[in-house]
Design a protein around this ligand. Structure first.
Ligand SMILES: [Zn+2]
Length: 446
């Protein structure tokens, strides 16, 4: 087995050349937004934009399309190892490619959890063999995600993780979290946190409010999130460590992050498509595809999230792609697992709720899916600068389509968006100059 250099993304093997003609080139990293051509030479963005003289170089006509840096989703559950009935690295990365994503960050709540270098090595090897987009790995904050004993953070970094998180779980012991952040700071490692106070959320299966009362389901109040967001802000200030609060759902959390950023705290935040597109009223039919963690909240929370995206408080958009097999979701609402798939619908949902509603324009929205996650994670992706790896996503901003869960490339179908009409979609997903997926022809041969 050849060791994989830990500073590199895991894929791909080839670095072909490619010419993309007449597209709207949007590179939020440089502020570039113009119609033009893009030349890729041996997997890298070329300084030249001259059409290649070599007729064997493929040409893509991108008229009417957006040419963006390859999209990055920094919140994905791939379920491998241990959850092959829900998703694998092979199927999860195919879902990513079909959604326009060239790089994804895998969460460590696999079975076993990625709390040591062995599991990371296994995931990286599987990605090398089966992934069709770049897979980056995270390690756990604590052993077994139990929140008690710190995971070997130094060894995890050596094994190649680019962030730590107990996502799916939340470290309740503030002293443990403080020590984790002290370590993370030594490695300048980003700590991602799933913000959930277990006592305040105990038993809750949906947002605590009007609808939980009407439906007779145990409520989960906003304060369960806000409390941990506030804790993380204070600990980041104390330790100087960079903390990223995952999947914000509460309007009050947005306010806390905004205020902390004004003080210069190294805090960042992300929003998910379902929290922007849906409210807890959607649970009226007890459909378990509307059950997620954190839960869908109210219109006021949605508005606060949208305002946070518009003013830059929330700099990241991601999916929290959380596949579950149908038999797991086809149970009583209270018993169903939390989470939905997202990779194949998120770009369309974001276009619907952010672009169509004029919350953000394309360059602003794409920044939250490219250069912002690349900078937070310190990876050399997310830009179309000369010499950069040619990870490119072509998007049809007028490519309306209807979501059909049966056509997903993910192994799982647990989406609340089945049957929705979405206004835009990716047409080509290009990793290191190689078209790994396109809308007309599907996937390139491995
Ligand atoms: Zn989570």
């Amino acid at each position: 087995m050849t060791p994989i250099p830990s500073h590199l993304p895991i894929r791909p093997r080839e670095r072909p050349s490619l010419f993309i003609r007449d597209g709207r080139i949007i590179d939020p990293a440089s502020g570039r937004d113009e119609v033009g051509d893009l030349l890729v030479v041996e997997g890298l963005i070329s300084q030249s934009t001259a059409a290649p003289t070599d007729s064997s170089v493929p040409v893509i006509d991108a008229q009417g399309l957006i040419v963006a840096p390859g999209l990055i989703d920094m919140h994905v559950h791939l379920r491998e190892p241990g959850g092959g009935q829900k998703e694998t690295i092979a199927t999860g990365t195919r879902a990513a490619a079909a959604g326009g994503f060239t790089s994804i960050l895998a969460m460590p709540n696999t079975t076993p959890p990625a709390d040591g270098p062995n599991t990371i090595a296994l995931m990286r090897q599987r990605a090398l063999e089966t992934a069709c987009v770049n897979v980056y790995t995270t390690g756990c904050i604590t052993v077994g995600m139990k929140g008690e004993q710190l995971a070997p953070i130094g060894s995890l970094v050596k094994a190649g993780v680019i962030a730590i998180t107990d996502d799916g779980h939340c470290v309740q012991n503030n002293e443990v979290m403080r020590r984790a952040l002290d370590y993370a700071r030594m490695f300048d490692l980003l700590t991602l946190d799933h913000c959930q106070d277990y006592n305040l959320s105990a038993g809750g299966v949906m947002h605590e409010g009007y609808w939980s009362t009407v439906l007779g389901l145990p409520g989960w109040p906003r304060i369960a999130e806000d409390m941990i967001v506030a804790r993380n802000i204070l600990l980041s200030e104390l330790t100087g460590a960079r903390v990223h609060v995952q999947h914000l759902s509460s309007g009050d959390s947005v306010r806390l992050v905004r205020e902390a950023k004004k003080r210069g705290v190294k805090i960042s935040a992300e929003a998910m498509p379902h929290h922007l597109a849906l409210t807890d009223a959607a649970i009226e039919g007890y459909n378990t595809n509307f059950k997620m963690n954190p839960p869908l909240r109210e219109r006021a929370d949605q508005e606060a999230l949208l305002a946070g995206l518009a003013d830059g408080t929330i700099e990241i958009l991601a999916s929290d792609h959380a596949p579950h097999a149908s038999y797991e979701k086809e149970v009583e609402f209270a018993d169903a697992p939390f989470g939905i798939v997202g990779l194949e619908t998120e770009l369309g949902i974001f276009a619907k709720v952010l672009i169509e509603e004029r919350v953000l324009d394309w360059p602003q929205m794409l920044a939250k899916l490219t250069v912002n996650p690349a900078r937070l994670l310190k990876i050399d992706r997310g830009t179309l600068a000369h010499g950069a790896a040619a990870d490119i996503t072509l998007i049809d901003p007028k490519g309306a389509w209807k979501v059909d869960a049966e056509k997903f490339h993910s192994l799982s179908r647990n989406t609340p968006f089945h049957g929705w009409d979405l206004p835009a979609r990716a047409t080509h997903t290009i990793v290191d100059g190689r078209v790994v997926w396109n809308l007309e022809r599907g996937f390139a041969e491995a």
